[in-house]
Design a protein around this ligand. Sequence first.
Ligand code: MTE
Ligand code: MO
Length: 194
Amino acid sequence: MVTTLFGHDIAQTLSGLANSGGFSVGGFEIYTVTGSIPDIKTSSYRLRIDGNVEHPLLLSYEELRALPQHEVSFTFTCVTGWTVPNTHWRGVRLADLLDRVKPRTGVNALEFSSADGVYTDSLGLNEARSSDVLLAMDLDNKPISADHGAPVRLLVPSMYGYKSVKWLNRISLVSQQTPGYWEQRGYPVNATIS
Ligand SMILES: Nc1nc2c(c(=O)[nH]1)N[C@H]1C(S)=C(S)[C@@H](COP(=O)(O)O)O[C@H]1N2
Ligand SMILES: [Mo]
């Protein structure tokens, strides 16, 4: 089930499209490279973590919610120039899940996929183990909206927003990083905000 951008105010949509394909919500530009917002029920949501690991996992939303929840606050920064100060996020540390799946020797990177079927990005294994990298389920004390990537999005506070894959549904452990959606279109694989 997918809802299109035409459900939103047309003037907002057009001003957003002028600025590379989205619309604004609470200071954020909402981006979706497919032009639609996936509508994923928490009851049917699954996150697959696989690739070169000892213990592949398939996690439901309830299982993710039952794990220790951690919070991070930071200024969300898109590489195109807009920022949202003081955003507060809550979710599961990616590092905790890496401990459970146990990457095998030779794994140096993680590939993230979206339920939109198109968007991808990657992190190096050490980057992914950073304690501020979350699989986020709450923004400002409320479950994140479909616009922001519900039910679960990746969140990488030290990097530009394009690393923070929305509607996250798969993490695959691999030998090396491959360029993600925007990286194939010119942005650097190393998205650390300097
Ligand atoms: N699936 C998906 N994830 C995505 C994007 C996208 O288009 N599709 N855009 C990225 C970019 S460039 C940014 S800046 C942020 C924007 O997050 P927001 O839409 O919640 O404001 O999401 C990132 N994650
Ligand atoms: Mo972005």
